[in-house]
Design a protein around this ligand. Structure first.
Ligand code: HEC
Ligand code: HEC
Length: 239
């Protein structure tokens, strides 16, 4: 069972840090970590299609995408993670593996893969100035006033398309179990009022897998403003 966001926040215990693995043999460990970052097998689950790179950028690129996860350049120098909810880097990574990638077994500190991932992350050029935490504000789902269609078109392409594919036909989506937006979701909730239907979308985007299950990541206010999400609803014709 997935824990809720509130339960997640309260369950975040303070433990040691991962820095002891930094001395892992560089060359090979970094290469191994880099390969792992782009490999869905960082989770042993057969149903997982995500890699770390699905949600995080690792090097400074001009990738036109709004990532739900923070950029990871400089992450090993941060003092806390998940917007300050976590103080342990390995646990932060294991959260992603468990919540979004359906991994059943957390990496331990001695795990070769965990060490390689650390070695890879540690040598990334910092993408942000070093900070205590990258801001990650959870927004409680609530109905939104109808937004700007044009803004929503852009936001959809940057935030949703990499997983859901093209709007209305799903072309290029990551997997067939990922619904075609908005059509399959609208069809699946035919009995709902327009306001209730909008709330299905808002809830999924704001809470992701933490409410109602699944594997979609939540989008924080910093990544996706309410105006962007309202725009996406307008783009979907959900008025
Ligand atoms: C489906 C999307 C998704 C996938 C896949 C994913 N993450 Fe995350 N990750 C997130 C989100 C959302 C957060 C919380 C916001 C944040 O702090 O970045 C997060 C947080 C983190 C953090 C804390 C960053 C910080 O500074 O707060 C680390 C480290 C991390 N992930 C590493 C990984 C690694 C390594 C993998 C691959 C094994 C991975 N993630 C896979 C979405 C994802
Ligand atoms: C990292 C991949 C990923 C991204 C990015 C993503 N989604 Fe999803 N989404 C999924 C997956 C996987 C599912 C199906 C499993 C689940 O419900 O989590 C899903 C399901 C949904 C659903 C179905 C909810 C329901 O109850 O039927 C909606 C609505 C949705 N996504 C909207 C969005 C919107 C809008 C965006 C962009 C702001 C977006 N998603 C971005 C992976 C993603």
């Amino acid at each position: 069972m997935k824990r809720g966001l509130v339960a997640l926040a309260s369950a975040l215990a303070v433990t040691g840090c991962l820095s002891s693995v930094a001395e892992t043999a560089q060359g090979t460990a970094v290469d191994h970590g880099r390969a792992l970052f782009d490999d869905p097998r960082t989770s042993s689950s057969a149903s997982n299609t995500f890699t770390c790179a699905t949600c995080h950028r690792s090097e400074k690129t001009e990738l036109a995408r709004l990532d739900p996860g923070a950029p990871l350049g400089g992450v090993t120098a941060r003092k806390s993670f998940w917007g300050g909810q976590r103080v342990d880097l390995l646990e932060s990574i294991n959260d992603c593996r468990a919540f979004f990638m359906d991994a059943r077994t957390p990496w331990s500190r001695d795990d070769e893969d965990a060490r390689a991932m650390y070695a890879f992350l540690a040598q990334l050029p910092p993408s942000n100035p070093p900070s205590d935490a990258v801001p990650f504000t959870i927004v409680m789902p609530a109905d939104l006033p109808l937004g700007d269609r044009q803004r929503g078109t852009i936001a959809y392409d940057l935030a949703c398309k990499s997983c859901h594919g093209t709007v209305h036909d799903g072309a290029g989506r990551l997997a067939t179990f990922i619904p075609v937006l908005p059509d399959q979701v609208v069809a699946g909730h035919a009995s709902l009022s327009p306001a209730e239907l909008r709330l299905v979308f808002v809830t999924k985007v704001r809470a992701g897998a933490f409410r109602g299950g699944g594997s979609m990541p939540p989008f924080s206010r910093e990544v996706l403003a309410d105006e962007d999400l309202a725009g996406i609803l307008a783009f979907f014709g959900l008025d």
